[in-house]
Design a protein around this ligand. Sequence first.
Ligand code: OOG
Ligand code: MG
Length: 259
Amino acid sequence: MADIAAIAARLDTAASEARAIPQITGEAGDLSLADAYEIQRAAIDRRLARGATLVGVKMGFTSEAKMAQMGLKDQIWGRLTSDMVVTNGAAIDRTRFIHPRVEPEVAVRLKAPLAGEVTREEALAAIDAVAAALEIIDSRYENFRFALGDVVADNASSSAFVTGPWLAADTDIADVAMVMRVDGEVAETGTSAAILGDPIRSLLAAARLAGAAGLVLQPGWTVMLGGATAAAAIGDARSVSLDAGHLGRVGFTIAGGAA
Ligand code: OOG
Ligand code: MG
């Protein structure tokens, strides 16, 4: 049995101090997926105890590009908290991150609860608005390397996210061309269709996976549906932007740290 509370504390400290730690798997043998999600919950509970609130969930490994980049094939999910929210166009503080990467995503905002096995119609009816988004992931593990249990325990590497303008729920998100730029240079291009062939499938998976853990997706929550392309290292870049066609633009700048 893994020491859930101790590992959660270690991951939480690594995140708040922006200091990488060794992987959990290997050292303590294999970590079961159930234990990994328990660690995730316990680590996020520590944030909530400091005053953050749950604002949604994120999906991971919902595109071939992301699976190939990280060498993992299982869809995972993580919790989004209020301290991860970045306003579109705002600056993030580089010193808060270890080795951040950024990836283009689509997000939905919910207007009704969603949990468990839901139909596509039920999922669509629960959407309040849709947006293009950027996720900043920052694995708490050295060299951004992990096995499945590690990354699940580490809340699917989530560290910050930015959503673009919220658009009407019936806005087409099925096949939106995306161009992500880092310091003005094209870093990744792709389409939202790369997200499970249709991003709505990722919302169904979020309801199912979170539901299995006893979590009901709540009205007002944001669901990040997963990276459409591989993630790009932020390094010492100073700006990131995403052009997502009719979904508009989203971006942020980077302040602080060694430039
Ligand atoms: C894990 C998080 C994956 C996505 O969109 O696929 C993810 C990672 O790549 O570190 O957020
Ligand atoms: Mg992501």
